[in-house]
Design a protein around this ligand. Structure first.
Ligand code: SAM
Length: 332
């Protein structure tokens, strides 16, 4: 009888449809009780999770209620004197970038001086951006968009974080930008071959669950890539001393590197988990609560194998406060 019941149960679960975006590892991450009980996440979700309304995907921006919440929140009036700063003040406490108006008055009072970024100045020394078609991944608040547009670039910038996207629109309005900001996940974009002259991927690669796939995609659509990213440095002695404790606490799972095979070349990727930063309204990382960092040598080898023959590195800082990082200008 027990066996028959087991068989009937199996049939029952197989015939029930899981949500298309059901994610097994997210489910286990979200529900440690399921993990420790050793139950198959799909079966658990179908048998209990649905009834208990359990979350099955880690994705704070995709919850169904988000759209309604935003509409309700925005159905309000601002009855103060019309003033440029009002739109900036809507996001008080969430801004990361310092912006000033034409008279030099602060519109936001932040530390990141993104509109005067020396890394971008380095790019401007290398190429003329006038009339170049640029794809910018994760513009945050449009500071680099503004810098590139001031050099004549036609920028399309893709931002998935709704708050950041809206702050980009505030900036676009303030500075009369013609750049186009699109809301959505750039991993889900279909990009045609050689569609862009340049891809700017600043501060995004290390937020990816699949950074190698993203680089593959970029390499198809553009012959030039300007990257700023954290990388995984194998010599842990070289890291910033403040991060050594976090290394010990396994923020980076460096003892278990995973291998991504590309073109018969093993690319080592290290899982990284976010911490308390996830709780801040201005936090703009990736769409998941973990990501993978590529080992430095493997990242450079991968770029070569993706066809980028000329690789220039600058701003390489192994002791960076958030982890080893560098700027790479890669050209085919
Ligand atoms: C660390 S910030 C970097 C911002 C800016 N590029 C810079 O260098 O200052 C990462 C940005 O990418 C956005 N982002 C991350 N993953 C994304 C995705 N899959 N699609 C679109 N935007 C994404 C985040 O919301 C955030 O604005």
């Amino acid at each position: 009888m027990k066996l028959i019941n087991k068989f009937l149960n199996l049939l029952k679960y197989d015939s029930m449809k899981l949500p298309l975006d059901f994610n097994k590892s997210d489910y286990l991450e979200l529900h440690p009780d399921v993990r420790s009980a050793g139950i198959d996440p799909k079966k658990h979700y179908l048998k209990f999770g649905i009834k208990e309304n359990r979350q099955y995907k880690i994705n704070p921006f995709y919850e169904e209620s988000t759209k309604n919440d935003i509409s309700n929140l925005l159905a309000k009036y601002n009855n103060s004197r019309p003033y440029q700063k009002n739109s900036f003040d809507l996001f008080q406490g969430s801004w990361s970038t310092r912006f000033k108006d034409e008279k030099g008055n602060f519109l936001t009072n932040c530390t990141f001086d993104g509109t005067n970024d020396s890394r971008l100045e380095w790019l401007f020394e290398k190429i003329n951006l006038d009339n170049l078609k640029v794809l910018e991944l994760g513009p945050l608040e449009g500071a680099h968009t503004l810098m590139m547009e001031s050099k004549g670039a036609n920028v399309t910038a893709i931002e998935a974080n709704i708050g950041a996207f809206m702050r980009c629109l505030v900036v676009k309005n303030q500075f009369n930008l013609k750049s186009n900001f699109l809301l959505g996940d750039f991993n889900k974009m279909s990009l045609a071959s050689d569609e862009y002259d340049l891809v700017l991927a600043f501060g995004v690669l290390y937020h990816m669950v699949n950074p190698v796939e993203l680089l593959k995609k970029i390499s198809v659509t553009s012959r030039k890539l300007f990257l700023w990213t954290h990388y995984f440095e194998e010599n842990l002695e070289l890291w910033n001393s403040k991060l050594k404790k976090q290394l010990e606490q396994k923020k980076w799972d460096y003892r278990n590197p995973e291998i991504y095979q590309f073109d018969n070349c093993p690319i080592r990727i290290i899982k990284q988990k976010y911490g308390h930063e996830l709780g801040w309204s201005g936090f703009c990382g990736g769409l998941d609560n973990y990501s993978y960092w590529i080992v430095k040598e493997d990242l450079l080898e991968l770029l070569k194998r993706l066809g980028y023959k000329k690789i220039q590195i600058s701003f390489d800082s192994v002791t960076h406060q958030n982890g080893p990082a560098f700027c790479v200008f890669a050209e085919k």
